[in-house]
Design a protein around this ligand. Structure first.
Ligand SMILES: *[C@@H]1O[C@H](CO)[C@@H](O)[C@H](O)[C@H]1NC(C)=O
Ligand SMILES: *[C@@H]1O[C@H](CO)[C@@H](O)[C@H](O)[C@H]1NC(C)=O
Ligand SMILES: *[C@@H]1O[C@H](CO)[C@@H](O)[C@H](O)[C@H]1NC(C)=O
Length: 206
């Protein structure tokens, strides 16, 4: 009797663990970037990072309450980590890499979505010979076209991007916030490139 009780308990615990995994199974961490510290404005960038697969020394995880990014010394995420940072899901929070100019909302999601009207950098596991969308996507950075975002600098400036004929990115850099004044413009041609089994591609959506 005792023995069967234990088995039942083990079975229940195992089921709970499975449930827990099903409920919290998220394939991507979504990171939206906002220009203001309360994230009330529209986001200007949408990133997706794959969960549980190493991408150039970074590994993301999600437990339903927090999303965590761990940075490793080695590109293949072997060996020790040098930084681990967790973010509460759904909360507006600063992100050190944005140098205080932007705030982020982190979420756990089942899949990525390439947003409309955006310039997207896509990192995937595969070769340059195969299309990105036939491979596991590790990272998406989508910048909304024609959307002003804050930039650091003295004085603080702002910027905007636009896809040009699906061939590259027009970059506008403004000397003040709010994309006012005369911009400096720059054209960055899209260039698909590969490094080992990691490939980078660019996609314009309209
Ligand atoms: C949100 O932050 C911006 C910039 O810091 C500020 O101007 C605005 O009043 C804030 N809005 C709310 C609802 O707190
Ligand atoms: C995730 O989304 C991509 C692009 O829409 C799609 O090709 C892929 O099949 C989706 N993956 C899953 C597991 O649904
Ligand atoms: C794309 O964004 C621009 C600027 O926000 C807007 O003027 C345009 O109508 C948008 N296009 C579509 C198809 O949503």
């Amino acid at each position: 009797m005792k023995f069967t009780n234990n088995i039942i308990i083990i079975a229940i615990v195992a089921m709970m663990m499975m449930n827990y995994n099903v409920v919290d199974a998220s394939s991507y961490v979504s990171i939206q970037e906002f220009p203001d510290n309360n994230c009330t404005g529209e986001y200007f960038a949408q990133n997706y990072a794959i969960v549980g697969t190493c991408n150039q020394g970074a590994m993301y995880s999600c437990d339903g309450v927090t999303a965590t990014r761990t940075m490793y010394k080695n590109d293949d995420c072997s060996g020790s980590s040098w930084q681990q940072q967790s973010y509460n899901i759904g909360q507006c929070t600063g992100f050190p890499e944005l140098d205080q100019v932007g705030y982020t909302i982190w979420e756990c999601v089942d899949n990525y979505t390439i947003p409309a009207n955006s310039s997207n950098t896509i990192v995937y596991l595969g070769s340059c010979e195969t299309p990105w969308n036939e491979n596991p996507v590790l990272w998406v950075n989508a910048l909304k076209n024609n959307h002003c975002f804050p930039q650091t600098g003295i004085p603080p400036g702002s910027g905007m991007v636009r896809c040009k004929n699906n061939k590259g990115l027009m970059d506008f850099t403004y000397p003040q916030r709010g994309c006012k004044g005369q911009p400096e413009t720059d054209f960055e041609p899209f260039q698909k490139y590969c490094n080992g089994d990691i490939a980078h591609d660019f996609v314009c959506t309209h």
